[in-house]
Design a protein around this ligand. Structure first.
Ligand code: PLP
Ligand code: NAG
Length: 416
């Protein structure tokens, strides 16, 4: 104690001596000035977000994010976590005990699923009909898994027969499939998939980031083993907390692991006890993002009040109106088969002679509406329009169609 005090006193004496001697106080003078940008007020314009996500956040959810922070182990926060678990069980239609929200965006949930399910030497069959299968394959390879790719052209989905063949050929322990392929606008049918996987001794992992709440998913009835989503699409909450759930079958596979999951942050064993999924006393693992958790709680409450079936129906109706309107403008939808169109995100071909960037920029500049271009295999080929959650309304369909018609008249036809 005395020594520390003595040291700091002598350090001050040294600094004083230094300054009187005219040398610069290199050790204590900051050289990087405060950034100008930060000295101006935060600027967040009002925009209608009709891209593939994030979607606009309704006032009730925004208000939850503005509440004061509590300690992450305070009983009120633990109660909110319990309410979120129940809300996710409702949204997923599952009774799985291992149900929680990981602290991160949709990719974080994707990593959590793969990191816990796979270990070196496991075989995973990945359905690739857009960018999300590519990403899952990328993550699985990093984990040392044997990745078998099952390909389908963008704009199409996998039939039961495709999957049956893939399972028989590769004998994987996990099948990854994307329910709402937001890079192409395709909805993957899930009927019979879980049963088929289980007959082949395989677990079914489904990415529902772009579809949950917008298209029917019944986790338990469809025998899905791992399901995850994000917060910023149909749930209309800020990005950052992502619901995920594991079946008993998936838990059993995880219990049989020879090695620990290579991520401490995403270890479902630790997360399960933090979220009290096993009924045991909670163990601190990390600090949940409190504001994000409050918002997610409110977003799940909105969904519970509205009812899942109403939410599915709303997205179906609004998407059908949008598709009709787009075709009336002379535009062509990218996904040919009507039943295969994702109700939350619609892909429409960039009309001939137009540059997609001019269209999206015009909508943004003149109408403060965000829509987006393609992604991965659809880059440069399509426009992606999202009508999700809070702002999946008839009003917004009309607003967008008017703005788009305006854009088509004004955007220069490119010289290409
Ligand atoms: C948006 C999306 C993701 C990724 O979510 P982030 O929140 O951007 O990390 C994953 N899968 C699908 C199908 C998506 O649409
Ligand atoms: C943030 C935002 O743009 N919200 C809009 C969502 O859609 C409704 C209906 O058109 C608008 O009233 C909101 O302003």
């Amino acid at each position: 104690m005395h020594r520390t005090a003595a040291l700091s006193i002598s350090a001050i004496a040294l600094l004083r001596a230094c300054s009187t001697a005219g040398c610069t106080m290199a050790a204590t003078t900051p050289r990087v000035p405060p950034p100008h940008g930060l000295l101006r007020p935060l600027a967040v314009p009002h925009r209608l977000l009709l891209g593939p996500g994030p979607s606009n956040v309704p006032p009730r959810v925004l208000a939850a994010g503005g509440l004061q922070i509590l300690g992450h182990m305070h009983p009120e926060v633990l109660q909110v976590m319990d309410e979120i678990k129940a809300g996710i069980q409702y949204a997923f239609q599952t009774q799985n005990r291992l149900t929680l929200a990981v602290s991160g965006t949709g990719h974080c949930a994707m990593e959590a699923a793969l990191v816990n399910l796979l270990e070196g030497g496991d075989t995973v069959l990945v359905g690739i009909n857009g960018i999300w299968g590519q990403r899952a394959a990328n993550i699985a390879r990093r984990l040392g898994a044997k990745v078998c790719e099952m390909l389908k052209p963008p704009g199409e989905y996998f039939t039961l027969r495709d999957i049956q063949e893939g399972l028989a050929q590769h004998k994987p322990s996990v099948l990854f499939i994307t329910h709402g392929e937001s890079s192409t606008g395709v909805l993957q049918p899930l009927e019979g998939l879980g049963e088929l996987c289980h007959r082949h001794g395989c677990l079914l992992l489904v990415d529902a980031v772009a579809s949950l709440g917008g298209a029917p998913i019944l986790m338990d009835q469809q025998e899905i083993d791992v399901l995850y989503t994000g917060s910023q699409k149909v749930l209309s909450a800020p990005p950052g907390s992502s619901p995920i759930s594991f079946s008993e079958r998936a838990r059993e596979k995880m219990l049989r692991r020879r090695t620990k999951p290579p991520s401490f942050y995403l270890d479902m064993g630790c997360l399960g006890s933090y979220w009290s999924c096993d009924g045991e006393p909670r163990m601190y693992h990390h600090t949940v993002p409190i504001s994000s958790i409050f918002c997610l709680r409110e977003a799940l409450a909105v969904l519970a009040e509205r009812g899942l079936e109403n939410s599915w129906e709303q997205h179906r109706v609004v998407c059908a109106q949008l598709c009709r309107g787009l075709q009336d403008l002379g535009l062509k939808l990218y996904v040919k088969e009507e039943a295969a169109r994702l109700p939350t995100i619609t892909t429409v071909k960039v009309p001939e002679g137009y540059d997609w960037k001019e269209i999206t920029a015009y909508l943004m500049d003149k109408h403060s509406i965000e829509i987006s271009g393609g992604l991965g295999p659809t880059a440069g080929k399509v426009l992606r329009i999202g009508l999700m959650g809070h702002n999946a309304t008839q009003d917004n369909v009309d607003r967008l169609l008017q703005a788009l018609s305006d854009a088509l008249q004004h955007c220069q036809h490119s010289r290409l």
